[in-house]
Design a protein around this ligand. Structure first.
Ligand SMILES: C[S@@+](CC[C@H](N)C(=O)[O-])C[C@H]1O[C@@H](n2cnc3c(N)ncnc32)[C@H](O)[C@@H]1O
Length: 231
């Protein structure tokens, strides 16, 4: 059984590396041929998600934290931790190309409960096209309370795709303060990380880790942590 899972994981990683390698080849040759200028990309009706993601990573590597989006397996695992019984808002921070956003909808979160916040305009537009039934805010999580307005009182869960280990710590701390402000007692914050060592991100002490799960089928493998505010 262990050997079967091991072989499956190796096969998955090989296939994924091949996909990334092919995508990189296309990307590099496209850059060389000058087909990736802003003007030309905006003329295309639907540029592929990987291309938008890679472009943003070149523009702003610290904010992106990685060169490609999460796998569907990681997205599904993140979504599976969001309770369906609550009535409050589920706010996604750092929606990227919307893979987790879509998984949240498939998990059963009603569209009117879901808000996705993304700082990069091209990615926010992409999520809008991918998930037209939800509210997508183009903005910085640093201004979470202002972005949500009165809705900041209605949040029950934060699903964060923010790369807290690569964004500058001062900014990370300010974002955490905003998250702490909007989350009520018992509110959840779900965060994934590529650091498998078990270290938690900087969070106030009243955030307790209540669950976690490793996802091997991601590049790189990831851990999903669920924190609950006990304030
Ligand atoms: C690691 S990617 C995750 C994308 C997606 N959630 C996924 O799992 O594939 C991080 C995303 O956070 C966004 N981001 C980084 N800093 C942000 C901030 N301060 N406010 C809003 N979005 C931010 C980036 O633009 C990027 O789309």
């Amino acid at each position: 059984m262990i050997q079967k899972n091991y072989l499956k994981t190796i096969e998955f990683l090989n296939q994924s590396f091949a996909r990334v390698r092919d995508a990189n080849r296309v990307f590099v040759s496209s850059v060389r041929e000058g087909v990736l200028s802003d003007h030309q990309i905006s003329k295309k009706t639907q540029p592929p998600a990987w291309l938008l993601f890679a472009r943003e990573t070149l523009r702003n590597p610290r904010a992106m934290g990685t060169g490609w989006s999460s796998t569907p397996q990681l997205a599904r695992t993140i979504a599976s931790f969001v309770p369906l019984t609550e009535s409050g808002l589920v706010v996604e921070l750092g929606g990227g190309t919307g893979i987790v956003t879509e998984a949240l909808l498939q998990h059963g979160i009603p569209p009117e409960r879901l808000v996705s916040i993304e700082q990069a305009a091209t990615l926010a537009d992409y999520i809008r096209q991918r998930c037209p039934q939800i509210r997508v805010l183009k903005g910085d999580a640093l201004h979470l309370c202002d972005l949500l307005g009165n809705d900041s009182q209605r949040v029950s869960t934060i699903v964060s795709g923010l790369p807290f280990r690569s964004i500058p710590p001062v900014i990370g701390h300010e974002i955490i303060k905003q998250i702490d402000k909007v989350l009520p007692k018992n509110g959840l914050m779900i965060q994934f990380t590529y650091d498998l060592s078990g270290r938690r991100i900087f969070l106030p002490h009243h955030f307790k880790r209540v669950a976690h799960k490793f996802v091997w089928k991601n590049i790189p493998p990831a851990r999903v942590d669920v924190y609950q505010s006990d304030k």
